[in-house]
Ligand binder design. Structure first.
Ligand code: NAI
Length: 378
């Protein structure tokens, strides 16, 4: 099939490579000629690297590159049967793009957005045929991350959802179905991993100890501060702020001043040489292993907040139990599903810990979902 990708940035290029590696003809459109040239060159280097590492043979490498056309002309999208948009995260710009794309493609072409925070329903509302619009949300880097969230808008025809899922599954990805709600599955449930860790730090615990606690006790590959530094504080803060405003300023999702200040200082993390950690100096490392009890207390607080989010997403039918578990293990590499974790810890213990936090802080962010109170296990 012919797949049209609009936007040749981080996500568009990655998605194009995935589609082209699965025997599709791909047309990548971007308004910025320089960005197009850079993306094309970067893709050539990435494929060369795969070939030299022996991950694919030279013939396959050439085929992938041959499958892709890079252009600034939207009219080349005419014959696409699937369009995936990955341009700037601004609703008006996406809406007007979808309108112009509709005047180019056939009526049977599926129109998808890779947005991480905007409402698919509102993008669809700008279209002549809103029933064919859907969210297909890849994770960064799209070539490596297994998970893709499929997000039907309110208007999306069921057959479009089935077809979008079939296509992305056939590209070797793991798809999960998410309701069109802020942050979908992963970006909603993962919020406390960052926000509760920052809160504990604001109360005086060094970041190194918190990172160590989540890695040692929880088995997470990276601690929250290491991960935020890797993602970039501009990106991570923008997602937090967007989820918070989209939830009508629910206090549970309030962003932190600590992270806002990092963004203001342009201490964006690894990419700028400094974030929570300083990458221009020798890497900071802990001289001593923090004591186990301290680490357990930190881990308990973060994990019950994550479980509360996962349980609440299940309660509100954002996704099925299996998809919530898959999303967190495949989308952000959590060592196990949060609902399984809840079963292992015991739902009563999770509720007690949340109630204890609520008692102490009297803040809404610690309110416990009925899904935890009403069940013995998931
Ligand atoms: P980016 O900034 O790397 O790339 C955006 C590209 O779109 C640029 O090359 C720009 O020239 C082009 N563009 C802007 N307006 C355009 C238009 N009207 N027509 C054609 N091209 C246009 O952005 P990135 O990071 O790739 O994000 C793209 C989308 O993917 C956003 O909606 C973002 O929320 C979403 N996303 C981003 C993730 C990430 O980790 N970066 C993860 C998952 C989703």
């Amino acid at each position: 099939m012919i797949v049209g990708i609009i936007g040749c940035g981080t996500m568009g290029s990655g998605i194009a490579q995935v589609a082209a590696s699965n025997n599709n003809k791909v047309v990548v459109v971007d308004t910025n000629e320089i960005a197009l040239q850079k993306a094309q060159e970067a893709m050539r280097l990435a494929i060369d690297k795969l070939v030299s590492k022996g991950k694919i043979d030279a013939e396959m490498g050439a085929k992938i590159l041959n499958n892709i056309t890079w252009t600034s002309s939207m009219s080349t999208l005419t014959e696409s049967s699937l369009i995936i948009e990955a341009i700037v995260e601004k609703i008006e710009i996406k809406q007007s793009l979808f309108q112009s794309v509709e005047s180019i493609v056939t009526d049977s072409c599926i129109l998808a957005s890779n947005t991480s925070s905007l409402s698919i329903t509102s993008i669809a509302s700008s279209c002549r045929i809103p029933e064919r619009v859907i969210g297909i949300h890849f994770f960064n880097p799209a070539t490596l991350m297994q998970l893709v969230e499929i997000v039907p808008a309110l208007q999306t025809r069921e057959q479009i959802t089935t077809e979008a899922k079939r296509i992305i599954d056939s590209w070797g990805k793991t798809t999960v179905l998410a309701k069109d709600t802020p942050g979908f599955i992963v970006n909603r449930i993962a919020r406390p991993f960052y926000s509760e860790a920052i809160r504990i730090h604001e109360e005086g615990t060094p970041i190194e100890i918190i990172d160590q606690a989540l890695k040692t006790i929880g088995g997470f590959k990276m601690g929250p501060f290491e991960l935020m530094d890797l993602i970039g504080h501009d990106v991570n803060y923008a997602v937090t702020e967007s989820v918070w405003t989209s939830f009508f300023y629910d206090q549970k999702y309030t962003p932190s001043f600590t992270q806002k200040r990092l963004v203001e200082a342009k201490w964006l993390g690894r990419k700028s040489g400094r974030g929570f950690y300083n990458y221009t100096e020798d890497a900071t490392s802990l001289n001593t292993q923090p004591d186990l009890r301290t680490m357990q207390t930190i881990f308990d607080r973060v994990i019950v907040m994550l479980i509360n989010e996962a349980a609440n997403a299940l309660f509100l039918k954002v996704a099925s139990k299996d998809d919530i578990e898959l999303a967190m293990t495949k989308g952000v590499n959590y060592p196990k599903g949060l609902l399984q974790w809840a079963n292992e810890i015991g739902l009563k213990n999770v509720v007690n810990k949340l109630d204890e936090l609520y008692q102490l802080y009297q803040e809404d962010r610690y309110r416990c979902t009925p899904a935890l109170r009403n069940n013995d296990r998931f």
